[in-house]
Design a protein around this ligand. Sequence first.
Ligand code: NAI
Length: 737
Amino acid sequence: MNDHDFRNFKITRDSQGVLTAAFDLPGRSVNVFDESVISELHRLVEGLAADPTVRLVVFTSAKPTGFIAGADIRGIQALQTREEAELVSSLGQQLFEKIEHLPMPTLAVVRGVCLGGGLEFALACRFRAACDDSRTRLGFPEVELGLLPGWGGTQRLPQLIGLAAALPMILEGRKLSARKALGAGLVDLASPPETFDADVARLVADLLAGRAPARRTPGVLARCRDQTRLGQWFVLNFVRQKIAGPGKSYPALPAALDAVQRGLWAGRAAGLAAEHQAFARLLFTPTCRNLIELFFARERARSSASWVKTAAAESRPVERVAVIGAGVMGAGIAQLAAFQGLQVVLKDVQQEFVAAGMQRIREQLEESTARGQLTAAEAAARLAAITPCTDWSAVAAADVAIEAVVEQESVKCDVFRELDQRLPPGAVLTSNTSALSIQHLAEATGRPDRTAGLHFFNPVHRMQLVEVVRTAATSEDTIGILVGLVRQLGKTPVVVADSPGFLVNRILFPYLDEAVRMVCEGAAADAIDREIRRFGMPMGPLELLDQVGLDVAAHVARSLAPLSNDPGPTPERLAAMAARGWLGRKSGCGFYHYANGHRGKPAVFPATPGGAPRVAAPGAALAGLSPTSERLVLLFINEAARCLGEQIVEEPWVIDLAMVLGTGFAPFRGGPLRCADAWGVAAVADRLEQLRQTWGARFAPSATLQTMREAGLHFFAASAEPLPNAPVEIAGRVGPP
Ligand code: NAI
């Protein structure tokens, strides 16, 4: 074997017989498996099997970004037939079988991400070491793409760590830190960055001396559960019931469970066959196609080039942010910025408010430490990076200010005036407002070109999306800096125009409004929410309103109501509920009662204003939807189309991505506009017309839908193409019954 004959691996040998293969895919920032890597690895492994001088092989990465991020998804998406897909899966399986059966010990040394095919590779090695830092994550994100691990992951993981621990990783995409992975028995060594190299060297010396690291022996209960047929039957049955509902929309879930079960009960060969057959079948389902499109949309959103058209636009990294307002959102944003390594100043008007914000941040960091995302030392350093204060002097050094004070224009304008005077001319001023005009705030400053909206969602640490709101005056440089900042914060930016509700709340509002109208008509909140969860939303509109807070919702409803061509009872109803102290989850009562944080029965509001009698619109509901979900979802789609027509954003993929990330819109459906394409734009517009006759002018199809109907257009070019080997599955029917 010629060590210099590899493009993707740097091969080195030492005098002890240790061969190190450092993966370094040329021209890419992260390591991924593509065809050339797989075929090169086959060659490398064959060479190793025939090389008696090699006593131990270390597989590692030469990239600072991590070990291996998985398979190249572009390559996977480009596969044309089931046969091709099955071949890719079985070639990978054969490769990893070969690695597993190499005559010498093999060790995967993991720093940073070790995901998907990367983890399957590590699992095929005899030993694994992982660096215990905040970047290192081991997991199987395949289900998020509608797939299952297709290179033996469903077989080796349960074998190594036990069935009960493996299933959440395979079915939920749960990722483990190095420390958690050590506890689960997934790695043999986890140690902090300072000692990692020395610890790995010691492990290598031990392995050369024939001393394998001790592995945790499972307790009696775990053995009964994971290793006896009866225990496995219980676990599999329990999980099968749990995934029965979501499994109808996400067919990868039952398929992965089936592959795991076959491996356990019919042997490795049967398990691997189930795995590669399922991989090839799943790849051509609408669910998988939609999830892959969303994955690429996210990548696109994270690239500055998607938003900034001038090549010369600034994109310097932000080092210091000032967050004004230490409430729910301000504390969340400050915590996130510090977590991602920025210097933060957190300002509020009184010491006690700042202290309350800092306490919230401390608790959040403690949670991250408990989850293994940060070591105690890292958490302490993050906390120390935040300077709490009540005066303006400390904010003067910030590159970007993020205002998150109370939602009152006059208060916010005062803050903007102050920031404008204090911060250097190049600094960017932003507001986290939900509904106020960014242009009005910008007018309070002498730098409208350096002013924009930066709209985070609640809870900040969990929600992926941030809307970057541009006015007519916002400069390209400012957008470039903010898109970069959102990326630094580990979130996904979408750049939207300054208009009431921006993009996400604007599209969401008619849908929430309709749900409240239904309640006013006498429908039960839980029946409405159940219908829409069946469609695929993570929670119903009324549960969502209770979570947001009915006082906040009443405020948003009041400011968005003037935009409606068909005013209804929602703003008054929400205001009346809020006035009675029915604020939703936080007050224990809203559309539902709450006890100990758990949702109870729907609450019956005494003064129900009369509404139209509840009759279904004539004609068949669209795509097998129920009358309730049809009313809600079609308004969602109609408003999404209207936003596109008004150029709140320029392209349909932005809307779909924003609604999936910002509201949880059924990801397997790809987003509201992909839904419209799947059902047919003309069918959607026609049905809206019918609903308009029953329910009122708010259902009138938007000008965009009408124009598209007339011209026979789709939102997405590709959706006109039939999928190769696509199973007969109609998008409207894939949801649970
Ligand atoms: P909050 O009421 O929890 O916090 C506001 C904080 O601002 C308070 O601590 C208050 O003392 C402080 N404050 C008021 N005037 C100030 C001033 N002049 N200087 C410094 N601090 C000042 O409010 P929350 O929920 O954090 O909202 C803040 C902003 O974020 C609002 O504009 C809101 O519309 C927006 N937003 C809220 C979301 C939510 O779900 N709560 C979601 C997205 C945006």
